[in-house]
Design a protein around this ligand. Structure first.
Ligand code: ZN
Length: 220
């Protein structure tokens, strides 16, 4: 792939406890454009960063070396593990959150993900959204992000929805088995799971949520 443009951020540190990346966390910037996002992600006063930023035109910037701990994930948990920053590589997509992701941007993301998963031997199940690990606190990459597209290429976990729908009473346990272990109210958990699996769904927890979660649980 084309080389990333190096745009160093001072906002990083060593990964703790000798951890190496086992996750990739996808974000959107919620900012007006890539320049504004770069400024913020490299501002020492903002104390935030990510390893990569991808512009709407597919341009790729790298701000933090992959071996280092960037500051993108914050408080949260995935698969029973916290300090997600020490365990992950963070990718920001230039998007306000109010419009679709462009084709060049998605194509660049796919190329980058493919390289990262190979380089660090990360399984597709390790590619998550910010909202997956911080339910109720974060909602990016949001309802317009095409997880199915990534999954079809082995760049995210598949959701193989079948006819089976476990009892609604098993919602929390099934969610936890998929990785959604953050200790949040059921409403926030459902919102995060729908962002990932059924972004168009509304209303209380229903049978189709359980079927989707079961399909996600069996995906690889
Ligand atoms: Zn985010």
């Amino acid at each position: 792939m084309e080389r990333a443009v190096w745009h160093p951020s001072p906002n990083f540190g060593p990964r703790r406890d000798g951890l190496t990346p086992t996750l990739v966390v996808i974000h959107y910037t919620a900012m007006s454009d890539a320049r504004a996002a770069l400024d913020r992600l490299c501002d020492p006063g903002a104390e935030v960063s990510a390893h990569y930023l991808i512009g709407v035109d597919g341009k790729l910037w790298q701000m933090v070396d992959e071996t280092m701990r960037a500051w993108h994930a914050g408080a949260g948990e995935w698969n029973g593990q916290d300090d997600i920053n020490s365990r992950s590589i963070g990718i920001e997509l230039d998007n306000t959150g109010a419009h679709p992701f462009s084709e060049p941007q998605m194509a660049a993301l796919e190329r980058l993900l493919s390289e990262i998963l190979t380089r660090w031997e990360i399984a597709p199940t390790g590619v998550i959204g910010h909202s997956d690990m911080a339910p109720g606190r974060k909602c990016d990459p949001g309802p317009r992000f095409d997880w199915t597209r990534l999954a079809r290429q082995g760049l995210a976990r598949e959701c193989r929805v079948g006819t089976a729908a476990p009892e609604i009473g098993t919602f929390r346990a099934l969610a936890q088995s998929c990785g959604f272990t953050a200790d949040v109210p059921e409403e926030a958990l459902l919102e995060a799971i729908r962002l990932r699996l059924r972004p168009w769904a509304l209303g209380p927890l229903e049978r189709d949520d359980m079927a989707a979660l079961a399909g996600f649980s069996s995906g690889s």
